[in-house]
Design a protein around this ligand. Structure first.
Ligand code: GDP
Length: 362
């Protein structure tokens, strides 16, 4: 464009012709299609060799909902399965602020110092709403995130809780095949996700804090029955007495429960993640539990039950996905939804109609 300022009337003023604004994104940058990055054999080889970059990319495939990614992911998982199962899997839950990230950082460092390799995964039910996940975030575990022997992965964020949990469970297989011999699965102690985590770990640890007046909250939500150990964090400074009192209360409360199937009476300990106090004792407890259930056969029983549980969960998920992702059914559901909303059809009749259409077409 000619600039009017260059008109001879405006003597002494000259504006040079500008250049086009460069794009803010490099046009030569090609988006990497991850499923094509490696063959299944290369993924498996990389994982078995402990390559964290390849492991991370394989986990991304597991988390993807694209059918071609899923196909590759399932092939990788299948080949990794024979190399998995050897880790100690620990579920960690606690309300926000209980000190999960602080504790995972110190628990993790405790294990790494003993020569172990740790993977931290997460199931975050809130991530579906917020579109992002906080749990398992590297920035929350400052020391661990600097370590080569730690692999930290935030929660998969898309899909139903069942879907998210299934992905985490499959990622466990990959991490174990990559040589991680300890696995943490973290979740927020506020809802259904505990059940999902409980169904994929060997030891379920509930982190509580004293003095918040909610020591017994776990009872209401049925989380205490699931816990193999309850630990009261922040037992430091002025808080020690309160923590000890909470410990007594929880021990008394646990007496009211019948002995769990494992035959193990859940223990209640106090510790301080921040000041690194009582950490070894927490791990002593976990290891005593593992020894105990390995001896009485419950360890294997629990894993077998979990495998069965996940088979049915996978079937449910695939049935659900097949149904809801079917374009014809999606269209029909829109119509049925309107009919139900305007009371022209009952929910049951509408549901039957949709299912019949789906199955009749085969
Ligand atoms: P999360 O939400 O469960 O992951 O909890 P965080 O690990 O982020 O901890 C929440 C807050 O509690 C942070 O300000 C921590 O510094 C603090 N905190 C964590 N552990 C301890 C502890 O052992 N003692 C004390 N005094 N504070 C702690």
């Amino acid at each position: 464009m000619e600039h009017p300022e260059n008109d001879p009337r405006y003597n002494g003023l000259k504006v040079n012709k500008g250049i086009a604004q460069p794009p803010s994104v490099n046009p030569y940058l090609k988006k990497r299609v991850r499923s094509n990055a490696y063959t299944v054999a290369e993924y498996v080889e990389g994982i078995l060799a402990g390559d964290r970059v390849i492991l991370s990319q394989a986990v991304t495939l597991v988390e993807s909902s694209l059918p071609e990614h899923q196909e590759t992911a399932q092939a990788i998982i299948e080949q990794c399965l024979p190399h998995s199962g050897n880790a100690v899997r620990v579920g960690i839950t606690g309300v926000p602020g209980a000190g999960k990230s602080t504790s995972i950082d110190v628990f993790g460092m405790h294990l790494l110092k003993k020569g172990h390799k740790l993977a931290v995964l997460a199931i975050d039910p809130s991530s579906e709403r917020s579109g992002g996940s906080i749990l398992g975030d590297k920035t929350r575990m400052e020391k661990l995130s600097m370590e080569n022997n730690a692999f930290i992965r935030p929660s998969p964020s898309a899909g139903s809780l069942g879907g998210v949990a299934r992905k985490t469970r499959e990622s466990i297989v990959l991490c174990e095949a990559a040589g991680f011999d300890y696995l943490f699965v973290e979740t927020v102690g506020v809802g259904q996700s505990e059940t999902a985590v409980h169904s994929m770990v060997d030891f379920f640890l509930l982190i509580q804090i004293a003095g918040a007046g909610d020591e017994l909250q776990g009872i209401k939500r049925g989380i205490m029955e699931m816990a193999d150990g309850i630990v009261i964090n922040k037992a430091d400074g002025d808080n020690i007495d309160k923590a000890k009192m909470a410990q007594r209360q929880l021990r008394n409360a646990l007496h009211l429960y019948p002995l769990p199937e494992s035959g193990w009476t859940p223990e209640v300990l106090t510790y301080s993640g921040y000041y690194n106090l009582g950490i070894a004792e927490v791990w002593d407890m976990i290891h005593r539990y593992i020894d105990f259930v390995k001896q009485n056969g419950f360890f294997d029983l629990r894993r077998r039950e979990q495998a069965k549980y996940w088979m049915f969960e996978s079937i449910n998920e695939q049935l659900r996905n097949g149904f809801y992702r079917d374009p014809e059914i999606a269209g029909l559901l829109t119509t049925l939804e309107e009919e139900v909303l305007s009371s022209r059809k009952s929910s049951f009749v509408a549901a039957r109609e949709a299912l019949e259409r789906y199955y009749r077409r085969g």
